[in-house]
Design a protein around this ligand. Structure first.
Ligand code: HEC
Ligand code: HEC
Length: 459
């Protein structure tokens, strides 16, 4: 059991640094009253919110079992968990979000769990979204049931890009290139658009969903009227149940409007399991084996079990800060502001009313994201547009929990495809609208760089 710092130690004030905010005591509990203060170490992301209502506990624990269970092909004796495939990326949610945490890119010869490739061809679909490839659909599925050809495997080649910090210390960034080997349904066109994505941490998602839409929209600055070099746009994405465009919040390009639709998309796209939101399998015309395969019911995950998985995915608790109030963390936070990081990584929000989970309502939270899209430069561009997001834009990801990825998942891989091997590399990849913030970090003294990293580690 960890203890919170006594309040008296918290106000050690800020060091030098521009518009640095006063150290705010409430930031020690990044999820407000929902924060997990008890369970750190390897289970740091697996805890339900601290204020979970007793009537939600049962659903949390059954949602947990649907998240962790391996699904099997239909027909099977376990009808609750059959319907895997015919095409799929993994058999369980937790295969990619291991311990509710974050995946890493595969090493040589390893299965491609946790890293997936979204696919499309140039153009815009009827609802304004990307157009899937006519044979392969919108996502590469490297696995299939027996008698159904798999779609192919991901090949990654990497090139080292050398750079130097302002003080002459060298560094190197690993730049990946993705190709699809062994295509199972015919050759792939040269203009295929590929977006690699790594499975992110699952904590705090219901809180992000409860940030009032008006507040997010109030921060957009598409034409950079405040002249800070940072624009920030919302993604507007298709909501399948409401049949309308809505603000996007989830996924690396804010491609999904809600935890519910993201979870339904994961069941269908990643595991081949139909749900109340997406009741039809995603087999293309050419995938006859896929179309002929047995189903595990219509839909394959029933409404009640689906809702529990959505609840589970909404109430995983954000962990308490570590080393809070120590000198390097405090000065790192001031530098984070001074370098301009907080222009996109908005430190704090207050949630509005969550429609079904009152525990998440009215919380002061510290996710360090504006949930907006930013041009991050050529180096990070995937060149694959999704609704309003163009091929150079990514959503600012929340930074909470980042310092615990190593404890939970045993790696330190960051950014949308896990290319960064350490936090410093993640910052050094920033370009586009984040170029001047990146340069401020790159040219800072080693002590200041370490302080920024200590701050990030404490989140
Ligand atoms: C093959 C690996 C894989 C599997 C299996 C998988 N996910 Fe994911 N998950 C991802 C990736 C990759 C993303 C980021 C998606 C994007 O950017 O489009 C993601 C994103 C999410 C998000 C949004 C997180 C955020 O911060 O925006 C939720 C919620 C989620 N997954 C839930 C689930 C659930 C529930 C399941 C099981 C039904 C599941 N996932 C299965 C890889 C996976
Ligand atoms: C213009 C907006 C912007 C600014 C300014 C900015 N970031 Fe980011 N940051 C992003 C976006 C967008 C991503 C995701 C990029 C990707 O995955 O390709 C990101 C990713 C990150 C990540 C990796 C997160 C993860 O989950 O993998 C870290 C760490 C980070 N930023 C820290 C910083 C620091 C420190 C600064 C200041 C030196 C900074 N950022 C400035 C927008 C910004």
């Amino acid at each position: 059991m960890r203890r919170l710092l006594p309040a008296a130690l918290l106000f050690s004030a800020c060091t030098a640094g521009g518009d640095a905010a006063e150290l705010d005591e409430s930031s020690q509990l990044p999820g407000g009253a929902t924060t997990n203060t008890l369970l750190l170490g390897s289970n740091a992301f697996a805890s339900p919110i601290a204020n979970l209502l007793p009537e939600h506990e049962g659903d949390f624990f059954s949602g947990n079992s649907f998240f962790n269970a391996a699904w099997v092909s239909a027909p099977a004796s376990t009808t609750a968990r059959d319907g895997l495939g015919p095409l799929f990326n993994a058999r369980s949610c937790s295969a990619c979000h291991f311990k509710d945490g974050r995946a890493e890119p595969p090493g040589d010869g390893e299965d491609h769990l946790g890293l997936l490739l979204r696919l499309s061809v140039p153009g815009t679909g009827p609802e304004g979204g990307p157009v899937g490839h006519e044979l392969y659909g919108g996502q590469l599925q490297p696995f299939a049931l027996p008698d159904v050809p798999a779609e192919g495997t991901i090949e990654i080649t990497s090139e080292e890009l050398a750079g130097t910090y302002g003080d002459g210390v060298p560094y190197s960034l690993s730049a990946p290139t993705y190709t699809i080997a062994d295509p199972g349904y015919g050759s792939l066109p040269d203009d295929l658009l590929i977006s690699p994505r790594i499975a992110p941490i699952m904590v705090g998602l219901g809180l992000l969903e409860a940030i009032p839409e008006d507040a997010i929209r109030a921060a957009v600055d598409p034409d950079d009227l405040d002249d800070d070099g940072i624009s920030g746009r919302v993604n507007e994405v298709w909501d399948h149940e409401a049949q309308t465009l809505r603000l996007g919040r989830f996924g690396w390009k804010a491609d999904q409007p809600s935890v519910r639709q993201q979870v339904a998309g994961a069941f269908l796209g990643d595991m081949g399991i139909t749900s109340p939101v997406f009741p039809a399998e995603e087999c293309t015309e050419a995938q006859t084996g896929c179309r002929a395969a047995a189903t595990g019911g219509t839909p394959e995950i029933e409404a009640e079990a689906f809702d529990k998985t959505v609840l589970y995915s909404s109430v995983l608790a954000v962990p308490v800060r570590r080393r809070f109030g120590t000198a390097d963390v405090v000065s790192g936070e001031a530098l984070f502001h001074a370098m301009g990081c907080a222009s996109c990584h908005t430190p704090s929000w207050t949630t509005g009313a969550h429609p079904t989970l009152p525990e998440l309502s009215g919380q002061r939270i510290w996710p360090y994201t504006d949930l907006l899209l930013h041009d991050m430069g050529d180096g990070l561009a995937d060149r694959r547009p999704v609704f309003a997001a163009d091929g150079r834009e990514w959503k600012t990801p929340p930074l909470w929990g980042l310092g615990l990825v190593d404890d939970v998942n045993g790696h330190t891989r960051y950014l949308h495809d896990g290319r960064a091997r350490a936090l410093a590399e993640a910052i050094l990849w920033h370009g586009g609208e984040a170029e001047s913030a990146k340069e401020a970090f790159r040219t800072a003294s080693a002590a200041d760089r370490d302080a920024v990293l200590a701050f990030l580690e404490s989140l």
